[in-house]
Ligand binder design. Structure first.
Ligand SMILES: Cc1ncc(COP(=O)(O)O)c(C=O)c1O
Length: 398
């Protein structure tokens, strides 16, 4: 049966991480994979998360199946965190949420829903977008096309081109937007730009599908949800794929939520039943541990404020490192103005150096970034920053 199978190439990001693990260079530095690291290079568990988990372990008396749609406390609180309590209340039964295995599970379940709603759905993604959007959504049966988003010349959003692209998308198509902290570029829309984008979506009857994997990593939990909340206020139909992997640091617990807003309560009930049916035929039920941790944490005022304070520390540390990289590189050379690095949001940004320099950094110095030049800002540290600045400046000025 399996004689014909070929070994597939590794996923570009996970594969590069494997190459990094095998690299014998003692001074190697990994800026490729999207995981937060503290000054010691560790990915610690948030104290508030650990406390919530401990409370859960103490109180849990069964491992029987949990509700298929997810822990009710998780569903209630994650919806409020994303949309804000007032909007959740005003949407009422037009909104439904289902717990999923991570943000990937949420993307996939919403993709399954779209395919059931219409066999020929096209989803438009930004150029560039997170590489995994393609296999995740296409293998569900969706057609993917790209809209203009990023300019390599300005190292920022090419908003005029984006608007032109969006205005050419046929009515009824779906537009996938990164809620904040655009992966891979770190170039986000400003609030006025979001307003314009939502105007176009609403006017052209396009359906926003918002991927929120980094809420709280950009400006704040509330600011990072601006575009999402405006879409939910102004568009009759919205899909959301939310991930708790990064902002709660529960990566391996596979915790996320698929949210659906439709024009009526009965359409939402139908959409939710379609998501649950898709989950049943794919994996039946989500893992429940991560959702119960997040649900417990967000049900407690004291744990919530402790978590928010920890998240704030993570965000400001990434901002310090980002600024350190920008100023360090600008002090060390004058060929490229890296000011844009300081402006980027979240965990990632493009460094915008030639691809050949990316390969030289890897082979000569064991510094790993993606060939697109994407770096994980959280892979920088107070200790490795001067080394990285020195090596990057060296390679680009040769
Ligand atoms: C843009 C984006 N969406 C979704 C995800 C999904 O995250 P997870 O499935 O690990 O929760 C990620 C993770 O890297 C991401 O960067």
């Amino acid at each position: 049966m399996f004689e014909q199978l070929k070994i597939l190439p590794a996923d570009p990001i996970l594969g590069l991480n494997q190459t990094f693990q095998q690299d014998a260079n003692a001074d190697k530095i990994n800026l490729s994979v999207g995981v937060y690291q503290n000054a010691k290079g560790a990915t610690p568990i948030f104290t508030a998360v650990k406390k919530a988990e401990q409370a859960l372990l103490n109180s849990q008396s069964t491992k029987a199946y949990a509700p298929q749609a997810g822990d009710p406390a998780f569903i209630e609180h994650i919806s409020n965190l994303l949309l804000g309590n007032d909007l959740v209340a005003s949407l009422g039964d037009r909104l439904a949420a289902v717990m999923t295995p991570g943000g990937c599970g949420a993307l996939r379940m919403n993709a399954e829903l779209l395919v059931q709603a219409s066999a020929n759905t096209t989803v438009w993604v930004s150029n560039p977008t997170w590489a995994n959007h393609f296999p995740l959504l296409q293998s569900a049966g969706l057609t993917l096309k790209t809209y203009d988003y990023y300019s390599a010349d300005t190292h920022g959003v090419d908003f005029a081109a984006m608007v032109e692209s969006l205005n050419a998308i046929p009515k009824g198509d779906v537009v996938l937007l990164h809620g904040c902290c655009h992966n891979p570029t770190g170039a986000d829309l400003t609030q006025p730009q979001w307003d314009t984008v939502i105007d176009i979506l609403a006017e052209r009857e396009l359906v926003p599908f918002i991927d929120v994997a980094y809420q709280g990593f950009g400006d704040s939990l509330v600011d990072d949800a601006y575009g999402l909340r405006q879409a939910a206020l102004r568009c009759p139909e919205v899909l959301v794929a939310s991930s708790c992997s990064k902002n709660f640091g529960v990566y391996r617990e596979r915790t996320g939520a698929a949210l659906v807003i439709t024009a009526t309560a009965s359409q939402t009930a139908a959409a939710k039943s379609q998501i649950l049916s898709a989950a049943r035929r794919c994996y039946s039920m989500s893992p429940s541990h991560g959702g119960s941790i997040v649900g417990h944490l967000l049900s407690s005022e004291s744990l919530t404020s402790e978590w928010k304070a920890e998240l704030e520390q993570v965000r400001s540390r990434m901002n310090r490192l980002r600024l350190g990289l920008a100023t360090g590189l600008n002090d060390a050379q004058s060929k490229i103005d890296f000011g844009f690095v300081a402006e980027s949001k979240g965990m990632f940004c493009y460094l915008g150096i030639p691809q050949s320099d990316v390969l030289t950094l890897r082979s000569e110095f064991g510094i790993y970034l993606l060939e697109s030049t994407r770096i994980n800002v959280a892979g920088l540290s107070e200790q490795n920053l001067p080394v990285i600045v020195d090596r990057v400046a060296d390679v680009i000025t040769r």
